[in-house]
Design a binder for this molecule. Structure first.
Ligand SMILES: Cc1cc2nc3c(=O)[nH]c(=O)nc-3n(C[C@H](O)[C@H](O)[C@H](O)COP(=O)(O)OP(=O)(O)OC[C@H]3O[C@@H](n4cnc5c(N)ncnc54)[C@H](O)[C@@H]3O)c2cc1C
Length: 329
């Protein structure tokens, strides 16, 4: 989905560590952003290896017209979160207006919020909005450890015993099947967390016989099952091989090589960039949430915006942009 984006500047007012790898950053925008929908995020401009890039950060409720975000320092990263962690009070940055990717039906009577790790950030505003209304509400928050559970105290103050925290030292485990089975039929679930959590939630939601449209989710990134490393793409029709380096996406590399691969969300959600795969010598690391588990298992298509591989992936149907005129003639 595309939004009308407006970019302006903001000044960092304060920073503070909420957890060993999660830093809160308070921003004062030059242009007041006004009301933003719960679950909204801003995009910010960052320089990675001297190149302009953008990264998105969810908004956490904050007083005084300031904007509050929390950034996890990502290991295995191209550098966006490192650039955010380098910000100090007084630093300036360019940011977009807030927008939301969540399509939550706010008219329901029951809601179940599920957060994993840094996926907690959009949940605070969503939980605060729902807590003010007369609706059934529960939240399940899974973190690596109690120490890593950023914003847990704020959520606890808001939700009391409607909040359950799961971490490695706790005895209780998040049981999605049981959680969904216990929900009233009109309930909506909102999930934000790592790819594996979203996949598991989609699976459990479907198994519980619930409508796919009643499960809202947002993905933050592209971490996968396998470490991020370089791999090769072979164009089936010509045999041409292209290297996808560790720090670039398959989509970027194909477009830079002159193939017009259309794309939209670039988060592995919309499937617009999906490409047919004819052979895999190695293993595909599907990092999208668009294809079903069965489709991923079949390896017939790949979302090149986020998914990667080990080895070589052969794709067909691509043509070089400069061959178009002769083909069209
Ligand atoms: C709507 C939205 C809201 C978000 N909200 C937050 C938030 O509140 N807090 C927060 O910390 N983050 C949030 N994010 C994620 C954030 O935008 C960044 O993606 C994150 O900070 C990591 O950026 P990075 O450059 O450090 O890491 P990246 O380089 O983007 O790496 C992140 C992951 O991608 C993998 N990766 C690395 N290189 C590649 C490559 N070439 N191709 C594919 N995958 C690769 C790595 O394995 C790594 O695990 C949000 C993202 C979205 C879309």
């Amino acid at each position: 989905m595309r939004f009308a984006e407006h970019w302006s500047h903001a000044t960092v007012v304060a920073t503070r560590d909420l957890a060993p790898t999660i830093r809160e950053i308070i921003l004062e925008p030059d242009v007041p952003t006004g009301h933003w929908a719960p679950g909204s995020h801003i995009s910010v401009a960052v320089l990675i290896d001297g190149q302009p890039e953008r990264r998105s950060y969810s908004l956490i409720p904050c007083a005084d017209g300031h904007l509050r975000i929390a950034v996890r320092l990502a290991d295995d990263s191209r550098g966006g979160s490192r650039a955010m962690w380098a910000l100090q009070p007084g630093s300036r940055l360019e940011m977009s207006n807030p927008t939301s990717l969540f399509k939550i039906d706010w008219s329901r009577k029951h809601y179940c919020l599920i957060a994993g790790g840094i996926g907690v950030t959009p949940m605070l505003a969503i939980a605060a909005t729902l807590a003010r209304r007369d609706v059934g509400l529960s939240m399940h928050y899974a973190a690596k450890s109690r120490e890593d559970a950023a914003l847990h105290d704020e959520l606890g103050a808001l939700l009391g015993d409607r909040l359950a925290l799961y971490h490695s030292a706790a005895t209780a485990r998040l049981d999605l099947a049981a959680t969904f089975a216990a929900l009233p039929t009109d309930a909506v679930a909102v999930v934000c967390g790592p790819l594996r959590m979203i996949e598991a939630a989609k699976h459990a939601w479907a198994d519980a016989g619930r409508a796919a449209s009643d499960l809202c989710f947002e993905t933050f990134g592209s971490s996968g099952r396998l470490p991020t490393r370089e791999f090769r793409v072979r164009i089936g029709t010509t045999g041409q091989e292209i290297l996808v380096p560790r720090d670039r996406s398959m989509l970027d590399v194909l477009n830079a090589a002159g193939f017009d691969v259309i794309s939209d969300c670039q988060r592995g959600e919309c499937g617009v960039c999906a490409i047919d795969v004819s052979r895999v010598d190695g293993e595909i690391d599907h990092r999208d949430v668009f294809f079903s588990a069965e489709q991923k298992h079949q390896n017939g298509k790949i979302c090149p915006c986020v998914s990667r591989a080990n080895g070589t992936v052969t794709i067909d149907t691509l043509y070089r942009a400069d061959e178009l005129p002769s083909q069209a003639a």
